[in-house]
Design a binder for this molecule. Sequence first.
Ligand code: SF4
Length: 379
Amino acid sequence: MVSLYIHIPFCKKACHYCDFHFSTSLKHKDDMLAAIKKEIILRKDELGESLSSVYFGGGTPSLLSRNEISSLLSTVKDTFDLEHDIELTLEANPDDLTQEKVDELAQVGINRLSIGVQTTDDESLRQLNRAHDLATADAAIRRVRAAGFDNISLDLMFALPHQELSSVARDLDRFLHWQPEHISCYGLTIEKGTAFGNWYQKGMLEVPEEELAAQQFLYIMDRLAEADYEGYEISNFARAGYRSRHNSGYWRGVHYLGVGPSAHSYDGKSRSFNIANNTRYIRGIASGEPLREKEELSTIDQLNEYILLSLRRIEGLDLRELERRFGWRLNAYQKQRLSSWTADGLVKWNDELVYLTKAGRLVADSLIGELFVEEMPED
Ligand code: SF4
């Protein structure tokens, strides 16, 4: 079971919070798509099995035409064996989902759409510099359903500037009304180099205090649980049978190949990162030498990654597997932290499993960071 990620580095306009790699100029689109196809072929031997998922992310893959998506998919099909029930996800922005585009996506075989709704509050959408409003999102989701898409994921953001709990509640009302199979949910983070980052630094942007953001996330977890969405990963909620196969692979350590500028790949022992620059990426591929950095993962890196990814998932950290794979048993410090967090209601654990409670999920990063291993014992 392996996966392919295809990064489409173009967007209509820059959202004020976004630090992903993209360009708002489509000037090099043709060269870029040719380079991505060439990279798929150049790196085909890095994946030894059939693909169980392909994910078009970005950027904004829904900017591509039917022919462009279909030609990328043809290269994928000519290069790899695909599992018969492969998950083919494409990230789409609501403003791109015209009737024509929705029909085209269905015709080329995309079977899962991840739609960047983010919020249903028009004022917040303007502030985020998104290219859609609530009416556009609503119309897009209706079209997508009418065209037969029965596996859609909606992105929801919280902790937005000036956002009160009541506004998150309205977002949840509308999201649940659309009945998506999956919801990915992220608190706004202020990133350096973005418009929000600059405004924040100058004191021109107010975001909810940590306590309000935590209250909003707790509220989201409760509402989604009541509506039968399983929080199978800290930021991801799905109806039964609709977990994202592609992203679940990342969290379970499945090998994947990422093509396109800024895309990452993972082969179990190392991680590589394509250059996040469109022109240099295209040149590198043309020379037959994709520009990327590679990082070999030490046993400690792999162990810590396993701890991180496991604790983010509903299944939790399997201590027997930790020992089987890495020869690692919890040390005295880890046990002491876990006992103290158990008393605080942040984790549950026994000899076999550790997992975060709802309260623990709110402070997951700091808990997980404290469990990281710094040194392996000498043999
Ligand atoms: S559309 Fe997506 S990738 Fe593009 S700027 Fe906005 S958030 Fe970033």
